[in-house]
Write a new protein. Structure first.
Length: 297
């Protein structure tokens, strides 16, 4: 049996369409169709029902999918073992929250280039839900999640660091020089510019502000932390960000810390697919990620 047929089987199961599988595998749709037919013939059973809305796994397909993934994983381990003595090389795709991509991962990549010049790291900024989906689909080799808890099926997660959060405003903002910490009641009357929905710490703050009785906080969400940070630096309102993302702005006087309620630290989890065997390149990347956060504390 050709294991590439099992790869096509997995891709079609993930995407639910022959077009989607062809795009993922960079094959012609007719090739995907032919490979699935060949696999079904070899196994002697129908793996998918072809429906107008896409390809749906049959009962036999669902039962055999896990076994097919185990065979593919065994092939990956075999190939990896054959090259254990060679140089560490390969491409590793890392998913991470934008705040981590901006503040931490450039240093990780810089160190990796000096230690393992044949390892190429591709960063994919994404929120937790997209990162977990990417791990399950095999699009990501590992991911960094900003979550207090990271308990997801098929995903193993290790907490590697805690990031302190800070409330921020422009230096000339009325809340910049408070002698006494601002209360939630006072903060809820301000305008906030936060990262998009799915950002765990921004979602937490938005929920906390909306829970203040008798207030209607003005909250604007952006797909970029830089857009939120620029609005705050212009004196338009407040935001919350990990301190690591604003160290330079605070030092240069473009932002100021707002004294207010104590904010919880946000945990950084290193996540991987539970059943996938990481390549040597992926192991080198995750090891450097762990070293970075341990020395950055």
């Amino acid at each position: 049996m050709e294991t590439r047929l099992l790869e096509t089987f997995g891709a079609l199961a993930r995407t639910g369409s022959f077009t989607g599988a062809a795009t993922e595998l960079r094959l012609a749709q007719s090739t995907v169709t032919a490979q699935i037919k060949a696999l079904e013939k070899e196994l002697g059973t129908r793996l998918f029902d072809r429906l107008p809305r896409g390809a749906l796994l049959t009962e036999a397909g669902r039962r055999l999918l896990t076994l097919a993934e185990e065979v593919r994983e065994a092939e990956v381990r075999l190939l990896a073992a054959a090259h254990e003595d060679g140089p560490v090389a390969g491409t590793v795709v890392v998913g991470a929250a934008e705040t981590l991509c901006a503040a931490h991962l450039p240093a990780v990549i810089s160190t990796l280039r000096s230690r393992h010049p044949d390892v190429e790291v591709h960063l994919q900024p994404c929120a937790t839900a997209a990162a977990v989906t990417g791990l399950r689909a095999g699009h990501l080799d590992c991911a960094l999640l900003l979550e207090e808890q990271a308990d997801f099926p098929d995903v193993t997660a290790e907490r590697v660091a805690d990031q302190p959060l800070v409330l921020l405003c422009a230096p000339e903002h009325p809340l910049a020089g408070l002698r006494e910490p601002a209360t939630w009641q006072e903060l809820a009357r301000e305008s906030f510019f936060l990262h998009e929905q799915g950002c765990s710490y921004s979602d937490w703050l938005a929920q906390r502000l909306r829970a203040v009785a008798g207030t209607r906080p003005r909250i604007t969400r952006f797909g970029s932390i830089e857009a939120a940070r620029s609005c705050v630096a212009a004196g338009l309102g407040l935001t919350v960000l990990p301190r690591a993302n604003v160290t330079r702005s605070l030092h240069e006087g473009r932002l100021a810390v707002v004294r207010g309620p104590v904010l919880p630290d946000i945990s950084v989890h290193l996540a991987r697919h539970r059943r996938r065997h990481p390549s040597r390149a992926a192991r080198a990347v995750t090891a450097q990620v762990v070293r970075h956060f341990r020395t950055a504390r």
